[in-house]
Design a protein around this ligand. Structure first.
Ligand code: NAP
Length: 277
């Protein structure tokens, strides 16, 4: 990185609630990097590409991309990673010598966060139930497939599950949203990729009574930190993870791409993020 081109940040709309600055600035400080503070930048929906070009002219070399620009900016990149190509969506832009490279660190972030909590042998050839078929679901399914899990996908709108099967070309089972409680007993992992359970949203009601003893439950929601789903799982002695893990681990992948350092993921950082909730 040249001394002049030293800015990083996250672009999206809305962006006010993004925790990415807390995460990246913690690591920038910890590693004593001579870059400017990581910023959050709200972009207009219109003329997106010219706004991004303007940021690059203004010395931004690394940008995280969040909702709703992940798909549109995929098409804007000069080159993209294999993962981005598969998902047709990016969350990380790196600008090198005027060329824009796009990648998607969500799948690796998810894999690393999950591997940090449970052994890979409890995923490979095991049954994973993914709830939801939106943008984040694609990354999770791609990641679980890479880990060798057998994925079952349930979504409120069945057609969207069918679309994911077509787009990702990954072998998986698709079932109706209403069948969740019938599927639970066969699951080794459940991942919620819907906003259900988030503050202001309805909860997902899962009956864990007949579930496997080693079932692990991962909720991508992190507001609140402990959703009703995670509380119910914990009350039934299941291991659990909340969405802050995925958020931090995908950020670590972007940080490594830009700064060449895999940052230290520690409790201090998580407690800073939890205090904001
Ligand atoms: P999205 O693309 O809008 O997809 C949302 C999914 O949730 C859709 O499949 C939708 O079903 C389903 N859904 C929404 N409301 C529902 C309801 N009332 N009942 C049943 N299903 C419902 O969203 P996303 O980008 O994937 O994000 C989903 C959640 O994950 C959000 O809470 C987000 O904050 C969280 N997330 C966390 C991380 C992290 O790093 N922790 C990363 C990404 C996202 P339909 O298809 O029927 O509409």
């Amino acid at each position: 990185m040249s001394n002049n081109i030293n800015k990083t940040g996250v672009i999206g709309n809305p962006i006010e609630h993004s925790l990415s600055p807390e995460i990246h600035n913690y690591w920038i400080k910890q590693n004593q990097l001579k870059t400017e503070e990581y910023q959050k930048i709200k972009l207009d929906i219109d003329n997106l590409e010219s706004q991004v070009s303007e940021l690059i002219k203004n010395k931004f070399f690394g940008l995280n991309v969040t909702i709703p620009f992940k798909e549109e900016l995929y098409l804007f990149c000069d080159d993209v990673s294999g993962t981005a190509k598969k998902l047709k969506a990016i969350n990380t832009i790196t600008c090198n010598n005027g060329k824009i490279f796009g990648t998607n660190t969500d799948p690796d972030g998810f894999i690393n966060s999950l591997s940090n909590q449970i052994k890979n042998e409890n995923i490979t050839n095991k049954n994973a139930l993914v709830i939801g078929a939106g943008g984040s679901s694609r990354s999770i399914i791609y990641a679980l497939n890479k880990m060798g899990a057998h994925v079952t996908l349930v979504n409120r709108t069945f057609k969207k599950s069918e679309q994911i099967v077509r787009d990702l070309n990954i072998e998986m089972q698709i079932e109706s949203f209403e069948s969740i409680n019938k599927l639970v007993s066969g699951c080794d992992l459940i991942v919620n990729t819907t906003p259900l359970g988030m503050t202001g949203h309805k909860n997902i009601e899962i009956d864990f009574v007949n579930s496997k003893p080693n079932l692990h439950v991962y909720d991508l929601v992190y507001n609140p930190i402990e959703t009703k789903l995670l509380k119910d799982a914990k009350d039934n002695n299941k291991t659990c993870q909340n969405g802050l893990d995925m958020l931090v681990y995908q950020a670590a992948e972007s940080f490594k791409i830009w700064h060449g350092i895999y940052p230290n993921i520690n409790n201090d950082l998580f407690s800073i993020l939890r205090r904001d909730k």
